[in-house]
Structure formats: structure tokens, C-alpha cells
Design a protein around this ligand. Structure first.
Ligand SMILES: [Ca+2]
Ligand SMILES: [Ca+2]
Ligand SMILES: [Ca+2]
Length: 509
């Protein structure tokens, strides 16, 4: 009985399956017949002769699951677009990562260059602290100044030539602030002798540094500066930095920078191409810098030597105390005939400068070299070092003293004719007559105590260029940084040769 019931259930289930398949096949056949596509019509025509049931169902199912060829093409195009998008994204991110890698590499090189500059500043401080002759510009044979390696970085001390080198050749080494005209002590006539200077700016410089109740030059005052946007007051106090000139009325950029817009003392290509690229220049193959090249505010001589002994003021030798001090200085140094020297230099008219003292004393250059650091001019600020100053700066001194400025050219020519660097004031006696020496002597010195280290550096593979200028003061025996200025924004300042050397090193690495 149970077996019959089970078979009966089985037959019913089989009947249901057969009925379901038939229904589905009919339904699909009707839908296929109503389709307007040529392929569907052809299949429907083929099926029309087949019996109902599983065979017809299988044919219909196969037909229903088969996609038309047009649909397959669309899918392919979509897949291709997706693949194209993915490839584009991959390339974009790869490119972005490549740039980021380069940027990170440049940042690392920049940090290397900055550290090299900091190290170079400490090195320069050490060079100045242990200089063989205090008060003189260190001999370039005693320290390193060009393409100095520091780890993967390299640094240079940007210097100035002696006017004999081609203007396109970069010169390296420390610079002397006493080789420049001091903005706080220069007279109007001295300022007027500067290249590119205008009478208006010279007068305004004098009034800027003078107290408010004395305006000897007739330059503009606060009422003019208050009309500017933004307004500010006339300083009426000494300059503290050379860059203060930017605030003085009438100090236009072409007057300040001239053709040397990157302040490196080199005629760079853009500084000799006329108006093709800034700045505007005269294409004459010479570098014609602005007044920033020639001025300082730092030149100052100490009143004591590095061991703390007071220097003798040669303008006050009528003072018995100063005369006694001079006698001790001469005797301790082993100078011949100290009494005769005293007699010649303490009698009227009073000596006005170290140069005049030397000429009147009649002592030898060797004897004078022994006591030179022990004597000083009456004025301690703004003295110009004849051993390092350019003809343009010396011409300012001579113009201010009312002397023929051609004698400044003679001084520089004599200096350049010597084989080694000059470190004393004594040689000036051989070039200038006593009358001229007396007139200009109060502005001249043979010593210097403030130095500029204009340091440029690159990191590995010549990347990450940086440039920082330091002013060192050694007047109390220990070098101190008076001023630090980042000049990186002025661009490449090492000239063509250093650039070519770096490119060559990069090419063969
Ligand atoms: Ca330049
Ligand atoms: Ca130009
Ligand atoms: Ca020029």
C-alpha cells in the first residue's frame, strides 16, 4: 500500500515537472515570437515544428541565454573604457609619485646645502678667530673658499675680484667691509661720487641718518615719508643695515642694484643682454653695479687691541698721557729712535691720521708694521681700507676730501702691481704726496675688523642651491655674527664655470 502511495506521489511530481516545463516553454516561445529581431524570428520558425516538452524547452532556454552580438560589442567597449580608466589612474599616480620623489630629493638636497652653509659659517668664524694677522683680511692661501665639500654638499664663499679679472669670472673668498663707504659717516660729496648716485638721494641719505632737529643736507623728512603708502617716519638715526636704503626716498632699484641684480660681482648673461631679460643693461660687456656694491654700515675700528691694550689715538698726541703711551708702544715693539719719533709727531700742527703720523715720524715700513695695530685714527667709524677698497670707493674718499680722484686709480694700480697682498698703510706714502696724504689720511686705514662671508652651497648632485650672507665683527678679538641675510631668492650667483663643473660631475656620475 505504502509503495503504491509513493509511486503515485512520484507520478504526480513528474506530471507537475512536465506541466511546468511545458508552460515555461510556451511562455518563452510566445515571447520569442513577438520579438522583432531577425535572429529571434529565425529561431521561432525552427521551433515551430518541434514537439512541446523538454526538447523544445531546452532549445528555447539555449536561445534565451544566448546574447545578441550587438550586446557583446557594447560589453567589450565598456570593459575597454574601464581598463583605459584604470591604466590612466595608474599612470597618473605613478607620475605624481615620481614628482613627489624628485621634490623630496630636492628638499633633502636643500637641507644638506643649509647645513653646509651653517658649517661654513662656523668654519669662517674659526678662520677669523685664528687669523695669523688680526685686523687684516685673511690670506686666501690660509683657508678654503671654493667648491669645499661637506658630506654630499659643497659650499663657496662668493668674493670680489681685483678689477683685473674678466667681469664674467666669479671670484671667491672673504670680503672686507672696510673696503666700502660707510653710509653713516660719508659726506655728501663722498656719496655723490658713488656710481648712479643722484643729488636727491645723497641729500635724503644724510637727512635719514641725521637727528630730527638737524637736517644739514636739505633732504626730505617725515612729512614726505608720511605721504607714502604705507606711510612711515624718517628714521633720523644712523643706518643699522645697508638694506635700510630701500626705505630712503629716491632709492630706486636701478640705483641700488644697477646691472648686478644678484649682487655677486659677476656679469651674468641676463645682465649683458639689454632689455631681453631683466635687468635693463647697456650690453657693454662690463658690470656696472648699483650703490649696494659700494656701501656698508659696519666698518668700525676698536679702541683697544685684541689683548685689551688701549690703542694710541694719534690725533691726541698733545695729550701727555697719549704721548707716554706711544713711547711705551714704540719701546716695547723695539722701534728705533722712539724719542725722535715722538718729537716729530707731538709738535704742532697736530697729527690728524695714522698715515700722516707714519709719514712725519720718518720710521721705516718694517718698524711701522710692528706698531700699526697699536695706533688709531681719531675717528673709529667709516675708515676705508686702502689694501682692499676698489678704485670707485677710494674715488669717493678723494672726492670728499677735495683731492684729484685720479690718485685713487693710482693707488689701485700700485696695489695690483705688487706680487702679494698688502696688509699695511705704509705703502700709500710711496704713491701719494704728503699734502694729499694729510687730506685723505683721516678716512684711510690699513686694517679691517668686519668681514663678509657670502656663502652659497648645493646639496648632492648639485641640487638644493642656497645662499646666505653673514657679516662678522672681530673688533673685540672674538668673531661675532652682526648680520645674517638669506639671498637664495636672488638665484644662481656662482657664475658659469661652477655651473658647468656641477653639470659635468652630474653627467659622469
Ligand atoms: Ca651678477
Ligand atoms: Ca638684461
Ligand atoms: Ca654694463
Amino acid at each position: 500500500m505504502k509503495l503504491r502511495v509513493a509511486r503515485c506521489e512520484q507520478m504526480r511530481a513528474g506530471l507537475r515537472i512536465k506541466l511546468s516545463v511545458a508552460q515555461i516553454s510556451n511562455l518563452l516561445f510566445r515571447r520569442l515570437s513577438t520579438c522583432q529581431g531577425p535572429q529571434c524570428s529565425q529561431i521561432a520558425e525552427t521551433l515551430r515544428g518541434l514537439p512541446f516538452g523538454n526538447r523544445r524547452y531546452c532549445m528555447l532556454k539555449k536561445c534565451a541565454t544566448a546574447r545578441p552580438a550587438r550586446q557583446d560589442g557594447s560589453v567589450l567597449i565598456i570593459v575597454l573604457w574601464i581598463a583605459f580608466g584604470l591604466v590612466s589612474l595608474a599612470l597618473y599616480f605613478a607620475h605624481s609619485m615620481s614628482f613627489e620623489l624628485r621634490a623630496a630629493d630636492n628638499r633633502v638636497a636643500g637641507v644638506e646645502a643649509e647645513e653646509a652653509i651653517a658649517g661654513a659659517a662656523r668654519y669662517v668664524s674659526n678662520v677669523l678667530a685664528y687669523a695669523q694677522s688680526p685686523g687684516t683680511l685673511p690670506d686666501t692661501n690660509t683657508y678654503r673658499f671654493a667648491a669645499v665639500p661637506v658630506g654630499d654638499a659643497t659650499f663657496w664663499l662668493i668674493g670680489r675680484g681685483d678689477d683685473q679679472n674678466p667681469p664674467t669670472t666669479a671670484h671667491f673668498g672673504l670680503m672686507d667691509e672696510a673696503s666700502k663707504l660707510n653710509l653713516n659717516t660719508a659726506t655728501t660729496n663722498m656719496l655723490l661720487a658713488l656710481p648712479r648716485m643722484t643729488p636727491e638721494l645723497a641729500a635724503n641719505i644724510i637727512s635719514w641718518r641725521s637727528s630730527s632737529n638737524s637736517n644739514p643736507s636739505g633732504g626730505v623728512g617725515s612729512e614726505t615719508y608720511m605721504r607714502l603708502n604705507p606711510p612711515y617716519l624718517c628714521k633720523n638715526a644712523p643706518f643699522e643695515t645697508v638694506d635700510e636704503l630701500r626705505l630712503v626716498y629716491g632709492a630706486y632699484l636701478d640705483i641700488l642694484y644697477g646691472e648686478d641684480v644678484n649682487l655677486n660681482g659677476v656679469l651674468d648673461p641676463n645682465e649683458n643682454d639689454g632689455d631681453v631679460s631683466p635687468p635693463s643693461d647697456d650690453q657693454n660687456g662690463r658690470l656696472d653695479p648699483g650703490i649696494l656694491e659700494y656701501v656698508t654700515v659696519y666698518s668700525h675700528e676698536p679702541s683697544t687691541t685684541t689683548n685689551g691694550t688701549a690703542r694710541v689715538n694719534v690725533g691726541d698726541l698733545g695729550n701727555p698721557a697719549q704721548a707716554t703711551q706711544l713711547r711705551s708702544l714704540l719701546q716695547n715693539a723695539g722701534v728705533a729712535n722712539p724719542n725722535l719719533i715722538l718729537a716729530r709727531t707731538t709738535t704742532p700742527p697736530a697729527v690728524t691720521s695714522v698715515l700722516e703720523f707714519y709719514i712725519r715720524s720718518g720710521m721705516s715700513a718694517d718698524d711701522f708694521a710692528k706698531i700699526e695695530v697699536g695706533v688709531r685714527n681719531p675717528n673709529a667709524d667709516g675708515l676705508v681700507n686702502v689694501n682692499t677698497a676698489s678704485a670707485s670707493v677710494l674715488a669717493c674718499i678723494f672726492a670728499g676730501a677735495g683731492v684729484d680722484t685720479n690718485q685713487a686709480v693710482s693707488l689701485v694700480a700700485y696695489r695690483q702691481s705688487q706680487t702679494g697682498p698688502l696688509t699695511s698703510l705704509a705703502w700709500v706714502k710711496d704713491v701719494l704726496d704728503p699734502g694729499t696724504a694729510r687730506q685723505v689720511g683721516r678716512w684711510l686705514t690699513g686694517k679691517t675688523y668686519q668681514f663678509t662671508a657670502d656663502i652659497a652651497a648645493v646639496g648632492h648632485y648639485g641640487r638644493g642651491y642656497r645662499r646666505v650672507k653673514y657679516i662678522f665683527d672681530t673688533s673685540d678679538g672674538t668673531p661675532k655674527v652682526l648680520y645674517r641675510q638669506d639671498l637664495t631668492h636672488m638665484g644662481w650667483a656662482l657664475g658659469k664655470q661652477a655651473r658647468d663643473t656641477l653639470f659635468l660631475a652630474k653627467a659622469i656620475r
